[in-house]
Design a protein around this ligand. Structure first.
Ligand code: PLP
Length: 375
């Protein structure tokens, strides 16, 4: 492995010594899954961290979203951004819900409230908003619309564990929020996820659904799945949780440093975080305006590569343009399409040094002749 290479993500995990004794005990006990002791501890710690009444740990974020939607038993259509990871929308389809794609705000890249309002129809049952790259949505605005229209507000907060809105950690907003703890996320349990809610009935139903829908000893209330987390993931999560706030702080320090250093460069625009919000900044996101900067983001990628920096074009294919969503490809979502064509995600780590950040800044600032570099 090239030590100088800056990969797109760098998950931080505890040292094996931090959890080996507990894991050994758990292996010896034989109770390594099925609502096992460390998973229960983990759920308590997560709920405390996010300030919610309930949390159910799930095997991954996608399963958390599938089970949440199933538990709600909603019908009809759901308002959702197309500028998101495909899994957000796939979970609707798996639950027989119709996605209605909504555009994004061009600065924050989160769901646009005006477009959202214009798309509410009698069959709309919910809004599924996404704090993209960890950036909280305009939650008060969404709550107002959801309350006025009597529709459910849900969050696929998969990328945003550790982010905050008006002094409160994400997790307790809307009727429920799901998170992913995948290895690509700021806070990871290798694979993992969770559903947070303050609704007791909903929580109970999710707990049953993640265990095949088992209700009583030999009876099922619904066609549940196996969404249970294992002890090893819960232990890793428990050891990492006390470190998360410091990680988010460091990421914000680095983003602030970056923004100060590049603010005089025309055509480079970072993702805007709404006042009062704190993003966990899953990536160092920039939008590249070719007219002003001189290069398109696709021309910048090989320059980063030459300097050992991996840049990714998230989400260069918005969901409504994906093959399996062909029937939606005609929909006009100008801000989504702009971000998809011009956005670039750059590495950002919770333990990144300013020296490493300077390497990223140097490429953007110096953009040595594109033709000589790629030849
Ligand atoms: C917005 C969004 N939803 C859902 C998921 C799925 O989460 P997981 O990979 O934990 O299944 C992801 C993961 O990248 C995501 O970013």
């Amino acid at each position: 492995m090239d030590k100088n290479k800056l990969n797109i993500v760098k998950p931080l995990f505890p040292e094996v010594g931090e959890f080996i004794n507990e894991f050994e005990q758990s292996l010896k006990s034989g109770q390594v899954t099925n609502n096992s002791p460390w998973v229960q501890e983990f759920e308590k710690a997560l709920a405390k961290y996010a300030g919610t009444k309930y949390c159910s740990a799930i095997v991954n974020g996608e399963m958390a979203l599938l089970l949440l939607l199933r538990a709600l038993n909603i019908k009809g259509s759901v308002l959702v951004p197309s500028y998101t990871f495909s899994g957000t929308v796939h979970a609707l389809i798996w639950n027989n819900l119709k996605p209605v794609f909504v555009d994004i705000n061009p600065d924050t890249l989160t769901i646009d409230l005006n477009d959202l309002k214009s798309k509410i129809k009698p069959d709309t049952s919910a809004i599924l908003a996404v704090p993209i790259y960890g950036n909280p949505c305009d939650i008060e605005g969404l709550e107002k619309i959801a309350n006025e229209k009597g529709i459910k507000l849900l969050f696929d907060s998969a990328p945003a564990f550790g982010s905050q809105y008006k002094g409160k950690k994400l997790g307790g907003f809307g009727l429920a929020e799901i998170f992913s703890f995948h290895a690509t996320k700021v806070y990871s349990t290798m694979e993992g996820g969770a559903v947070f809610t303050n609704d007791e009935e909903l929580h109970k139903r999710i707990c049953e659904l993640r265990n095949f829908g088992q209700h009583a000893e030999a009876d099922c209330i619904d066609y549940g799945l196996n969404g249970k987390m294992t002890e090893i993931c819960a232990l890793i999560g428990l050891k990492n949780l006390p470190k998360l706030d410091k990680w988010v702080e460091r990421r914000n320090e680095l983003v602030h440093y970056f923004e100060e250093k590049i603010k005089d460069i025309p055509g480079i625009k970072p993702q805007k975080v709404q006042e009062g919000s704190i993003s966990n900044h899953l990536y160092l996101y920039i939008s590249v305006d070719k007219e002003k900067y001189g290069l398109h983001r696709d021309e910048l990628i090989p320059l980063f590569e030459k300097n050992g920096i991996i840049a990714r074009r998230f989400f260069c294919n918005p969901v409504h343009k994906m093959k399996c969503y062909g029937e939606y490809s005609h929909i006009n979502l100008p801000n989504t399409e702009y971000a998809s064509a011009n956005g670039l995600s750059l590495p950002l780590y919770s333990d990144m040094s300013f020296k490493e950040m300077d390497r990223i800044i140097k490429v953007i600032r110096e953009k040595t002749d594109y033709n000589t570099i790629v030849s």
